[in-house]
Design a protein. Structure first.
Ligand code: PMP
Length: 309
């Protein structure tokens, strides 16, 4: 089979059972490995859907400039699509995100604007958004997808990721958990899986230093892509049954084990998700099935503690 371009190859990522990391008396844990997605993360799906819908609605054309505030993977996804479709793309990101992310965005031919993170990622993301909106005010060609409030973000997961999961698992899914950046993943996948099985237990997962849904304070943490310090508009706050908090050490330790015990080269938030999934699997017990996602690949974390001994 030949794809017309790389965008046609987005999605259809594998679902993989955890073996050595999981306790045989627990529920089975299945992980959807988005590190193997085009662009190396789950966010290529949402970037693509937001731009496709903007094209359909006539909000963008070949002269448009895409400008988006993002802590990383969404920017990489938009830059990739910009490269294929010929859109000029400007990604506005906190200077605290890994250097690899900036380099990847630039490598796809997009421009990077860095905003200084003074220790509060939420404030910094707000500043990134202000910068993007100012660009749009000054230049009518600028389109800001606004992933934190764009319904076409969770829609990508309702229409694609969730359906792939159901097709891959076939049998009943008893547990699902996910960290929250924009909330697109947990909202889109959670809604579809819960409609299929109302007894499904969903856990929202937060970094210890950014557990704002649980009423905690916002600080710096290492679980990039989640815990951005804002409660996103598109997050369906009715969809989760429980909030589970993961420390940076636990996320990194789990991500390291995913590589060394399961051969899954994934990022820090994958460690977050799996730390929660293993706990949920223990709670639900043998014979049940827990699903989570590994949002991205490890190869954009070389400069972070994930690769320190
Ligand atoms: N992990 C990583 C590495 C991410 O880049 C993102 C996206 N910000 C997420 C998790 C969370 O995904 P979502 O935005 O759908 O909540």
């Amino acid at each position: 089979m030949i794809y017309d371009n790389v965008l046609a190859a987005i999605g259809h990522t594998p679902m993989i059972r955890l073996n050595r990391m999981n306790d045989p008396d627990s529920a089975e844990v299945l992980v959807k490995f988005e590190g193997l997605n085009v662009g190396g993360s789950i966010k290529t799906r949402t970037a693509y859907n937001m731009l496709l819908e903007a094209e359909k609605q006539g909000l963008i054309d070949e002269n448009s400039i895409i400008a988006e505030p993002t802590s990383g993977n969404q920017g990489i996804g938009l830059a990739l699509i910009g490269a294929v479709k010929g859109y000029k793309t400007v990604i506005i990101m906190p200077d605290s995100v890994s250097e690899e992310r900036r380099k990847l965005v630039r490598h796809y031919g997009a421009e990077v604007k860095l905003i200084h993170d003074e220790g509060n990622i939420g404030d910094c993301i707000d500043e990134c958004l202000r910068t993007a909106l100012e660009m749009a005010e000054k230049d009518p060609r600028v389109f800001v997808p606004q992933q934190f409030e764009n319904e076409n973000n969770p829609m990508a997961h309702r229409h694609h990721t969730a359906l792939e999961i159901m097709e891959q698992v076939e049998g009943e899914i008893h547990g699902f958990c996910s960290g929250i950046g924009t909330g697109g993943t947990i909202t889109g996948i959670g809604e579809v899986l819960k409609a299929q099985n109302p007894d499904l237990e969903i856990w929202a997962v937060e970094p210890e230093n950014a557990a704002i849904l649980a009423g905690g304070d916002i600080g710096t943490h290492l679980q990039m892509g989640i815990g951005d310090g804002v409660i996103p508009k598109i997050l369906n706050k009715e969809i989760y049954d429980n909030i589970y908090i993961v420390t940076d050490d636990e996320a990194i330790d789990t991500a390291k084990k995913l590589a060394s015990m399961e051969g899954l080269m994934c990022g820090i938030s994958s460690g977050t998700n799996v730390a929660a999934a293993l706990k949920l699997a223990k709670k639900l017990g043998k014979g049940k099935t827990v699903v989570t996602v590994l949002p991205d690949t490890a190869e954009r974390y070389f400069s972070t503690p994930l690769f320190e001994d």
